[in-house]
Design a protein around this ligand. Structure first.
Ligand code: OSB
Ligand code: MG
Length: 392
């Protein structure tokens, strides 16, 4: 298929326009379960292992690209689940992609345009297509996206703990490891008191909170937000339900602390609306939530034009998804530390031959062609739950 090139942004002008088309001939889906080193609790639930879907695409020339669907198992963060993603990939996204020819991943919008939603599922294939595209140009994914940072600053996201003592230990441990900022999950009943205690004990640590939409715009909850507003936080992430942009805008007018949106921003269009309403001063950009790197980059570009700082959020990705997040975070607008901690924070064994590591609050952006990481096939086999292949 062809799309007039003037409709595409970010085309690599150094390449001849006759660069040969890419055709994916096989899509393999692998359901992989990794145990978590430590269980993680948010305002909605606790988890001790993760089931993600790895996709491996093979193009007509034999180049292979990887992507990861990092959907949670349950529909508590967003509407998708592990099973909904598996089905959407197997029945819709993979069959329409296989056999289709394209020059640039931005053209996939048109290939998948009829399929609504299912963004976590879509992100896995989008990433694998970008991986192939970058390898075919012998460029790192970061550079193919337009980024040049060699390393990025990272922070950690700490879950809700059983006790304040356990939370303080976690904060101390990660501050000691050099992470650039600490994000604390909050929920009604676990907010003002624990955050105030952490702030008192760590007066100079950049601190932010994430509510995962657990609050509503009631007088009681707004009092909680006003109390948090006195604690010198970098931001308050997604306090209210995803679709309530006006409530976020009203809150932002009441607070000095920046409001950051996560769940609310599912496209460049929703980001545009949110910024137009004044619903946020910061946006968390997630590859998964936005359906892939193409849309994630659009949100980055929009925010850069609007003077809105962004950071790269995560969904506890395995190494494949983590590498994609790193490539994205190498774009110049990512001025705040991302949730891209080292693999070892989550997993005893990741699916990569050499796991992603953080040192002194920094992670190096892979520089080898494509995602720039090697998937450890034995590790995948060991942790495999199910697999299926869609071929031409
Ligand atoms: O809201 O940012 C979130 C993890 C799973 C689901 C939602 C969120 C998170 C995190 C952790 O905060 C991000 C990470 O370290 O990958
Ligand atoms: Mg969040």
């Amino acid at each position: 298929m062809t799309i007039p090139s003037d409709r595409l942004t970010h085309r690599d002008a150094s390449l001849p326009s006759t660069a040969s088309a890419i055709t994916v001939v096989r899509a393999e889906l692998m359901a992989v379960r990794l145990p978590l080193r430590r269980s993680f609790a948010t305002s909605s639930h606790r988890k001790d292992h993760l089931d993600h879907i790895l996709v491996r695409l093979t193009d007509r020339e034999g180049v292979q690209g990887w992507g990861e669907c990092a959907s949670p198992s349950h529909p508590y963060y967003g509407p998708e689940t592990f099973t909904s993603c598996w089905n959407a990939l197997k029945d819709y996204f993979a069959p329409v992609l296989v056999g289709e020819s394209w020059d640039h991943p931005e053209e996939l919008d048109a290939v998948w345009g009829r399929i609504r939603g299912n963004l976590f599922a879509r992100a896995a294939l989008d990433t694998a297509c970008w991986d192939i595209y970058a390898q075919r140009r012998n460029r790192s994914l970061a550079s193919a996206l337009g980024g040049s940072a060699e390393e990025v600053e990272v922070g950690v996201s700490l879950g809700i703990e059983e006790s304040l003592g356990a939370l303080l230990d976690q904060v101390e441990d990660h501050v000691g490891q050099g992470y650039r900022r600490i994000k604390l999950k909050i929920a009604p009943g676990w907010d003002v008191a624990p955050v105030a205690t952490v702030r008192e004990r760590f007066p100079d640590t950049p601190l932010q909170v994430d509510a995962n939409a657990a609050y509503s715009s009631t007088a009681e909850h707004r009092r909680v937000m006003r109390a948090l507003d006195t604690m010198a936080l970098q931001m308050i992430e997604q306090p209210f339900p995803a679709d309530d942009l006006l409530a976020h805008a009203e809150l932002q007018r009441e607070l000095t602390t920046p409001v950051c949106l996560d769940e609310s921003v599912t496209s460049a269009a929703t980001a545009h609306t949110a910024l137009g309403l004044g619903a946020a001063k910061i946006i968390n950009i997630k590859v998964s939530r936005l359906g892939g790197l193409t849309e994630a980059r659009r949100v980055h570009d929009l925010c850069a034009r609007s003077g809105i700082p962004v950071w790269c959020g995560g969904m506890h990705e395995f190494g494949v998804g983590r590498a994609a997040n790193l490539a994205l975070a190498a774009l110049p607008g990512f001025t705040l530390p991302g949730d891209i901690s080292g693999s070892d924070r989550y997993f005893t064994a990741d699916v990569l031959s050499s796991p992603i590591t953080a040192a002194g609050g920094r992670v190096r952006v892979p520089s080898a062609p494509g995602l720039g990481v090697t998937v450890d096939r034995d590790a995948v086999r060991t942790h495999l739950l199910d697999q299926i292949s869609v071929a031409q």
